[in-house]
Design a protein around this ligand. Structure first.
Ligand code: HEC
Length: 149
C-alpha cells in the first residue's frame, strides 16, 4: 500500500487551491490552466478514495482519461525558454528534454492504467495503487522541473 504517497498527494492537492496566475499570459497561462485541470481531476478521484464521496466508476474513469489527454499535449505547452515570472518552470526542462518527455509519458501511462482500473473496480479502495502511481509522476516531475516553493 502506497499510503504515504496518497497522503502527500492529498496534502499537495489541498495547498494548490490558490494559484499564482496573475501576470501569466500566453503559453504559460495555458499550461497553468492545464495543470489546474489535471489537479482538479485528481481531486475528484482522491476524494472518492478517501471515502469523502461515493464511488462513481464512470466519473473516476473520465477524470483519469482527462489527465491522460493532458499528458499527450503537455510538451506542446513547454516551448523552449518559456520561463520567467510568474512561471515556476526551470531551464532544466530544456537541458533534459528527453527526461521531461519521458515523465509526460509516465503520466500518460499511469493515468491510462488508472482509467482501466476504474472501469473494472467496484470500490474506490481498489484504485489506491493506481492513484499513488499517478501521484508519484506529479511529484517526480515537479521535483526535477519545477521551482521549489
Ligand atoms: C512532465 C512534468 C510534469 C508532470 C508529470 C506534472 N506536472 Fe504539474 N507542473 C509541471 C511544471 C514544469 C509546472 C510549472 C509550470 C509553470 O509555472 O510554468 C507545474 C505546475 C503545476 C501546478 C501549478 C500550476 C499553477 O497555476 O501555477 C499544479 C497544481 C500541478 N502542476 C499539478 C500537477 C498534478 C496534480 C500532476 C499529476 C497528476 C502534475 N502536475 C504532473 C510539470 C509537471
Amino acid at each position: 500500500m502506497k499510503l504515504k504517497v496518497l497522503i502527500s498527494l492529498v496534502a499537495f492537492l489541498a495547498v494548490t487551491g490558490a494559484f499564482a496566475h496573475s501576470g501569466a499570459s500566453g503559453v504559460v497561462l495555458e499550461r497553468m490552466e492545464m495543470m489546474k485541470d489535471i489537479s482538479d481531476q485528481m481531486k475528484i478521484i482522491v476524494t472518492m478514495v478517501k471515502g469523502d464521496e461515493a464511488y462513481d466508476a464512470g466519473r473516476a474513469q473520465a477524470a483519469a482519461q482527462a489527465i491522460a489527454g493532458h499528458a499527450r499535449t503537455l510538451t506542446e505547452k513547454f516551448p523552449e525558454g518559456s520561463i520567467g515570472h510568474p512561471s515556476e518552470a526551470i531551464p532544466a526542462i530544456w537541458e533534459n528534454w528527453d527526461d521531461f518527455v519521458e515523465q509526460t509519458e509516465q503520466l500518460h501511462a499511469t493515468a491510462i492504467a488508472l482509467a482501466d482500473q476504474a472501469a473494472s473496480a467496484d470500490s474506490a479502495d481498489s484504485l489506491r495503487d493506481e492513484v499513488a502511481a499517478v501521484g508519484q509522476t506529479c511529484s517526480s516531475c515537479h521535483q526535477d522541473f519545477r521551482k521549489a516553493n
